[in-house]
Ligand binder design. Structure first.
Ligand SMILES: [Zn+2]
Ligand SMILES: [Zn+2]
Length: 380
């Protein structure tokens, strides 16, 4: 991306860039998949220029990455070539400020942010600080699980702050990439979970991933019932959603907010706790990967070729992505598939064929027309 502009004007340019080389303490990661985050959209459209984001131009966006180690720099002992790894939005931190020293490194004022201050994962290769790279368990599908590295850890950080326990009721406002992970994690605390969304598809997604109930608040959130939630977790990027969360919460309850907005209609007499939340620490990330490896959480993802990034961002802006979109570079596809930019893999829920064993099949589809590349299904 060379300049910030509306996604309708195709701000991302698909072009050749030099493959990065690992210096001391660094790794080069060959990208298998990179999630498409709402915050990518904000940066690309220039909404965050006032916060100094992007910190450089041109920049490669993308901060929820799974790939394999392609190059190992000097003094890196924990990783070897070919290992499955992941990267999250926190690219590195200073290691010596008061936040880094007290287990709150996500608040480090000197942190580098993947795809915002340094190049990120909308690419075939990305450079990483080896101290902030995570080993990915082999039981996790690398193509669909990259969003664990942003929505996953973000949801985990939020739910930890929400004072949940069995018997409590949690309302999750906004069932997008993060919200659908929040629902799953809030269930792990034993809470009764209610998904709040105006979109029928998002309501269905909430129920699919374990919500006990869904509520349609109406376009202006006027149908929200006041004071019903012990905790409210908000990831819908709208002021109305934040206002509604303060109406939903019971006196003495907790509201956790993961989007920008104003706190209006705040009544001190209700003793409501309001907390912000932003991604999470390296330890949080490791715990999220554990939960995913144990099958307790999963990402609902749809795959697209990297080259379609502009189109995917338009879909995200128009609310047409259910769960999370992930971008797959051509180079991560097996060569024999002859993967072309005109083809994308259709997400087929694990589909097992008797006699072949437990091999998930992917069906390749030409854009706009159903059909199979080369007339064959390939076990991969
Ligand atoms: Zn993200
Ligand atoms: Zn620091």
């Amino acid at each position: 991306m060379h300049e910030t502009k509306a996604v309708e004007k195709d701000p991302l340019v698909y072009e050749d860039v030099p493959t990065p080389e690992a210096s001391k303490g660094q790794l080069v990661v060959k990208v298998i998949s990179c999630g498409v985050c709402h915050s990518n959209l904000h940066m690309i459209e220039g909404d965050w220029v006032q916060y100094g984001v992007p910190a450089k131009l041109p920049i490669i966006p993308g901060h929820e990455i799974i790939g394999t180690v392609a190059d190992v720099g000097e003094d890196v002992e924990d990783f070897k070539k070919g290992e499955l790894v992941g990267m999250q939005p926190i690219y590195s931190t200073c290691g010596h400020c008061e936040y880094c020293l007290t287990g709150r490194e996500n608040l480090c004022p000197n942190k580098q942010v993947t795809g915002e201050t340094v190049d990120g994962g909308y690419a075939e290769y990305v450079l990483a600080d080896a101290n902030y790279v995570y080993k990915v368990p082999s039981s996790i599908d690398p193509e669909t699980s990259s969003p664990l590295f942003c929505p996953g850890i973000t949801a985990y950080g939020a739910v930890k702050k929400a004072s949940l326990s069995p018997g409590k009721t949690a309302y999750v406002v906004g069932i997008g990439g993060v919200g659908h992970m929040v629902v799953q994690m809030a269930k792990l605390y034993g809470a009764r979970v209610v998904g709040v969304s105006t979109s029928k598809e998002h309501q269905e997604l909430a129920l699919k991933v374990g919500a006990d109930e869904v509520v349609d608040p109406g376009k202006d959130y006027s149908r929200v019932t006041p004071k019903v939630a012990d905790s409210v977790i908000v990831f819908s990027p709208s002021q109305m959603a934040i206002d509604a969360s303060l109406r939903l919460v019971k006196p003495g309850g907790t509201v956790v907010i993961g989007v920008n907005g104003d706190l209006r209609q705040f009544a001190f007499g209700d003793e409501v706790t309001v907390r912000g939340t932003v991604v999470g620490t390296r330890q949080d990330m490791k715990e999220v990967l554990q939960l995913a490896a144990q099958g307790k959480i999963r990402v609902e993802a749809t795959k697209f070729p990297l080259k379609q990034a502009n189109e995917v961002l338009k879909k995200l802006k128009n609310g047409q992505i259910n769960g999370r979109a992930v971008l797959i570079p051509r180079s991560s596809q097996p060569e024999f598939l002859n993967f072309s930019d005109d083809f994308f893999s259709v997400p087929v829920r694990p589909y097992f064929l008797e006699g072949v064993g437990q091999l998930p099949l992917r069906v390749y589809q030409k854009r706009g027309a159903l059909g199979r590349a080369g007339g064959a299904k390939y076990p991969v």
